[in-house]
Design a protein around this ligand. Structure first.
Ligand SMILES: Nc1ncnc2c1ncn2[C@@H]1O[C@H](COP(=O)(O)OP(=O)(O)OP(=O)(O)O)[C@@H](O)[C@H]1O
Ligand SMILES: [Mg+2]
Length: 270
């Protein structure tokens, strides 16, 4: 059974791509899953890390899949990544922003373009991860409509939690209108620092999540700020192959996150 998870927050730079990439790595190395990462961000950061030869405007990409006029089959857009067991649907750069814009004028079915594209190739994968852009437009709406679960990636701090309500409202609307099975399965805190204020913001985050109809767990431990995370990503390397003890420990944290997320998704299905 294929499971599809969207990593989201409309705030920029909170760690959506970092989390998507490291969970994807954990899924292939330790969980032994066949994985597809869909780069649903015109910035193309996941593509840059995982399939650097497929950056920019392409004949086939997520952009041409979603673009009504082109309607490329998803199977034509998918490429092999640098990692065995992991494929990527490259974003297609600014064309993806244009495709998203073109959806706005579609009379019906625009929220389900990605869901339909995924249905075509889902049986090839155990896990499909969607890296959302920092927005709440048609791209995340398509991701939430297509996904079984959302993982909210959040930073902690004075301004970091602003806007979380709007993200949760958007997800609630999707649950009501286009995907009643969608579940917010977890929150992952990224780029945390060990200060007293962090405890305060963590409890603020907890109170926001507590107001939801279904409680959303915050996964422990949070991902700390560490230079090697960005360095490994820039080098296109997994944390497990980075060669430092701290990177290996963090890789195992992502393995554990994925175990928790998949367990929770299975529970929801029973
Ligand atoms: N815990 C961390 N420690 C150090 N650097 C980090 C950490 N998490 C992310 N970064 C770096 O911070 C930058 C932003 O992270 P990332 O691209 O994952 O965020 P994002 O939410 O996907 O951003 P966007 O909204 O632009 O898509 C990247 O350069 C990444 O390597
Ligand atoms: Mg990103």
């Amino acid at each position: 059974m294929t499971r599809t998870i969207a990593f989201a927050n409309q705030k920029g730079g909170v760690g959506k791509t970092t989390t998507t990439v490291n969970i994807a790595r954990a899924a292939i190395t330790d969980h032994g899953l066949k994985v597809l990462v869909i780069d649903a961000d015109p910035q193309g950061n996941a593509t840059k890390v995982l399939a650097p030869e497929h950056q920019g405007s392409l004949d086939c990409s997520l952009a041409t899949v979603l673009d009504k006029a082109k309607s490329t089959p998803m199977s034509d857009a998918i490429v092999a990544s640098e990692w065995v067991g992991l494929d990527v649907a490259p974003a297609g750069s600014d064309d993806l922003a244009d495709a998203a814009q073109s959806l706005v004028t579609m009379k019906a079915g625009r929220e389900s373009r990605l869901k339909r594209a995924i249905a075509e190739i889902a049986d090839r994968y155990d896990l499909i991860l969607i890296d959302c852009p920092p927005s709440l437009d048609q791209l995340p709406i398509n991701a939430f409509t297509a996904a079984d679960a959302v993982v909210v990636v959040a930073e902690l701090g004075q301004f970091a939690l602003d806007g979380l309500d709007r993200l949760l409202d958007t997800i609630e609307i999707i649950q009501e209108y286009t995907n009643s099975d969608l579940k917010i399965v977890a929150t992952i805190i990224n780029d945390a620092q060990q200060t007293k204020r962090m405890e305060h913001w963590r409890s603020e985050l907890g109170s926001i999540l507590k107001q939801l109809p279904v409680p959303v767990p915050v996964l422990d431990p949070p991902v700390q700020r560490a230079t090697f995370i960005a360095e490994a990503q820039e080098a296109g390397r997994g944390l497990d192959e980075w060669g430092s003890a701290k990177a290996s420990v963090l890789h195992q944290t992502y393995v554990q996150y994925l175990t928790t997320i998949l367990d929770s998704m299975r529970e929801g299905e029973n």
